[in-house]
Design a protein around this ligand. Structure first.
Ligand SMILES: *Cc1c(COP(=O)(O)O)cnc(C)c1O
Length: 439
């Protein structure tokens, strides 16, 4: 029998609280996630979340924007300062939405776009029509993959140049190249490829959904200063903000981008999250360099420790990683789905991931050969290199030794007890995963 409304209502709150309790004692290692500061959460709870403000600041289609306009202007100014650019549109409501704004700005349906394939680290928003990818199925773009070198874990420059020439000769010259991706351990060769793309009249956009916080903290390649025409990103992966999006560009593209955002791809732009983005940009200006540097140290330390314990971490030749994440081939111990579940039972939360050679070897997304670990969130909680060694040990016990996940899970709870507050923030007066009741 269906639950009564009051019971369902109550049940939702119980589940929310249970989730908070679980995460308070878990190791959150999902590379696309993070934990915002209490200040960001306060902004998200505000009445901004119930309002509309279509259009650009000062030119709104709605009344009631007296304070909203000022916050949005601060948000824009902070984003420009943080990334040292002359134009930022903070309205896209997610990374996918920011990519759609870029596609709307730089392409026409039917055009050719270059991007990474998903097993090579690309994202479904840059995907082909046959896989339901946003670029193909929503914008009608013909997606051509960048040739990828598995040893280097990077785009291959020479074969890409040949491919661009071949596409041009066939009358399928790309109008846009999307760099970046969801598995991005090493900087992409933008400096090398932008001049070649420009020769053929193609624009370049960098999808920094994952690495924007490292870019802001000057610990990873800076696409806008390496020649890209635009950069899109999520605001909640290495950037520790509310879930949202952002697009940066040069002033010459500003008017086209503004129109592509509104009315093109957003109406309501989630003003509570916009206020949260402003708070996060301010935190990043103050603490971003230190935070991003610790992230990179931590991911290198975790990769090295896992490697020493027998895990096959990809990119060994290049030192495993220069970003916040690493990918390991776990085919020796099982498939990605089973290992993900065992680790989850041990309160170690990460996700399975396709390896660049999985499709060739007959594996697929359901049960791929890899796992992906990101260290942004545990870094926010104050963990450093020595804690990465302990995390590697805990993973080793579950994956390699086959210890009982429930037992390891208790050790994870113990280990987490010392790391309760968000660091790299102006104020952090509450526990990171504290459940706050307003009712
Ligand atoms: C996560 C991700 C996105 C999508 O971002 P959302 O904010 O979830 O919409 C886009 N591109 C890449 C490369 C990503 O990893």
């Amino acid at each position: 029998m269906a639950m009564q409304p009051r019971e369902s209502y109550q049940r939702v709150f119980e589940l929310l609280q249970a989730h908070h309790e679980w995460f308070s004692g878990a190791l959150p290692l999902i590379a696309s996630e993070n934990i915002p500061s209490p200040a960001v959460k306060e902004a998200i709870l505000s009445d901004f979340g119930n309002r509309y403000a279509e259009g650009w600041t000062g030119e709104r289609v709605y009344a009631g924007c007296r304070y909203i306009d000022q916050v949005e202007q601060i948000c824009i100014d902070l984003a420009k300062q943080l990334f040292q650019v002359d134009f930022a549109d903070v309205r896209p409501i997610s990374g996918v939405c920011a990519n759609l704004v870029a596609y709307t700005t730089f392409t026409t349906p039917g055009d050719t776009m270059m991007a990474l394939a998903i097993p090579a680290g690309g994202h479904i928003s840059m995907g082909k029509k046959e896989f339901g990818g946003t670029a193909g199925s929503v914008r009608g773009l013909n997606v051509e993959y960048f040739p990828f070198d598995t040893e280097e874990m990077n785009i291959d420059i020479d074969t890409t140049e040949k491919k661009i020439k071949k596409l041009a000769a066939e009358g399928k010259k790309p109008t846009l190249a999307m760099f970046g991706g969801s598995v991005l351990p090493f900087p992409h060769p933008i400096k090398e490829l932008v001049p070649i793309l420009q020769e053929h009249g193609a624009k370049s956009c960098y999808d920094a959904a994952h690495v924007a916080g490292l870019v802001a903290g000057h610990q990873f390649q800076d696409p806008m200063h390496e020649g890209a025409d635009a950069m899109t990103c999520s605001t909640h992966k290495t950037l520790p903000g509310p879930q949202g999006g952002l697009i940066l560009s040069r002033p010459e593209n500003a008017e086209k981008i503004k129109k592509a955002t509104f009315p093109g791809n957003v109406s309501n732009h989630h003003l509570h999250h916009l206020a949260g983005k402003a708070i996060m940009f301010a935190e990043m200006l103050a603490y971003g360099r230190e935070y991003a540097a610790q992230i990179v140290k931590n991911s290198k330390a975790l990769a090295q420790a896992l490697h020493e314990l027998g895990f096959k971490v990809l990119g060994e030749k290049k030192g495993f990683t220069k970003s916040h994440l690493l990918v390991a081939d776990i085919t020796k111990y099982g498939d990605g789905k089973t290992i993900e579940k065992k680790l989850e039972d041990a309160n170690i939360i990460l996700n399975r991931n396709l390896l660049p050679y999985d499709i060739k070897e007959g594996r697929h997304f359901e049960a791929p050969g890899g796992i992906r670990c990101g260290v942004s969130e545990v870094t926010r909680l104050g963990m450093k290199e020595s804690e990465m060694k302990e995390i590697a040990q805990l993973m080793y016990r579950v994956v390699v030794k086959g210890d009982d996940p429930t037992k390891v899970g208790k050790n994870v709870n113990e280990f987490r007890k010392e790391f309760t507050r968000v660091q790299y923030a102006f104020e952090s007066t509450r526990d990171a995963y504290e459940y706050i009741q307003l009712r």
